[in-house]
Design a protein around this ligand. Sequence first.
Ligand code: CAA
Ligand code: FAD
Length: 379
Amino acid sequence: MDFALSEQHEMLRQTVRAFAEQEARPTAAARDEAMEFPVDLVKKMGQLGLMGVAVSEQYGGAGLDYVSYAIVIEELSRVDASLGVIASVNNSLVCYGIETFGTEDQKRELLTPLAEGRMLGAFSLSEPGAGSDAAAQKTTAARDGDYYVINGIKNWVTNGDYADTIILMAMTDPGKGHRGITAFLVDPREPGCSIVKVEHKLGIRSAHSCQMAYDNYRLPAWRRLGEEGQGFKIAMTILNAGRIGIAAQAVGIAQGAYEAALEYAKIREQFGKPIIENQAIGFTLADMATRIKAARLLTYEAAWRKDQHLDFVSAASMAKLYASETAMWTATKAVQVFGSNGYSKEYPVERYFRDAKITEIYEGTSEIQRLVIAREIAR
Ligand code: CAA
Ligand code: FAD
């Protein structure tokens, strides 16, 4: 058993950390405040190979493993969790979905530009009435010759307003329940697809999530992903991998909040000594470090299992569950360590606190992760 990361992994971490510190840190708070999507940073991430980390080189990716992917998302999120989710959606929901289920034409036309960062991807499963109960899809796709005609409303499409390709789930046969769902590769710039609103969010505000409407939107049949009726299975398989990305995002947020709290606790003096010298503060920091280490190990293990082609469904859910609760706990405690300054936008921990919460909600809430784990261990 070897817990050491390879030299290549460590070098990748240093590269992404340098990028995040130099390019993202200076603007992270202002972009968050203004809800400004980081167009230029996303372009640079593409040039650095961060938008298709685990995509094979043949299709424009960096050809690295999933542990590398986890490191990338962790390091981006340590500084700016918005960048983490933008990259995570493109990498592990969209690129992974097309590489796993796409045709050769779809890979050439869509995967390569997505992996190279020349296009941006989004993933659209959720609807007003289909959140945790993802199979309760109301959006329909009716075959019409060489086209599908799509109608419906999709919620919370992350990257939606900047996306060039969206993996969209819709009902082709409503009578068949989840086996009537089909996946499609939508071009949102074609007529019939529109942005209803960009959500005003608590956190990850520099990433955009949109409500989108499809009104007699016509999609050429070659853009169907997989077979008719396979869409729910495709969505679930994609989410298994995606949850490793959100676990890594949570580890990064927790690490960022912890580092800020540690530094502050060493310099802030009350009662004539640094606050870290109070056992209550020292123990809080010790618990943070311990929980983050455990969350990181679970996340890397889930990624490693995927790399080894072992079953990783419950490992990914455990990592996502534990890491997201660690991020929320750590960020809450970090605000406490900062006292009043933790409540101020002049310091970074209030942003970590707001950003942490989403990791317990998207790509399956903590309750849904427990449901997945319970089903897996009962099998
Ligand atoms: N992997 C592969 N297949 C799976 C699966 C998994 N993890 N979970 C279920 N399936 C398959 C089952 O094997 C079954 O297949 P058959 O048709 O062969 O029988 C089928 O899917 C239906 O399974 P269930 O009966 O278990 O389905 P369910 O309706 O009870 O729901 C659920 C299962 C786990 C609750 C699922 O609905 C779920 O994951 N919900 C959460 C939704 C979610 O995570 N949304 C995320 C949206 S994307 C996002 O959030 C992105 C972002 O923020 C950035
Ligand atoms: P609900 O399903 O209504 O759940 C409400 C509460 O009930 C939760 O606490 C939930 O855990 C609990 N609950 C529900 N069912 C059960 C159960 N069976 N057992 C126990 N408790 C249960 N979706 C996409 O498709 N693509 C995206 O890119 C995307 N990005 C997002 C970005 C953001 C910022 C947000 C907030 C959401 C995003 N989502 C996206 C949607 C996200 O995946 C859903 O919000 C999430 O799956 C939960 O669904 P819901 O909000 O409808 O909550």
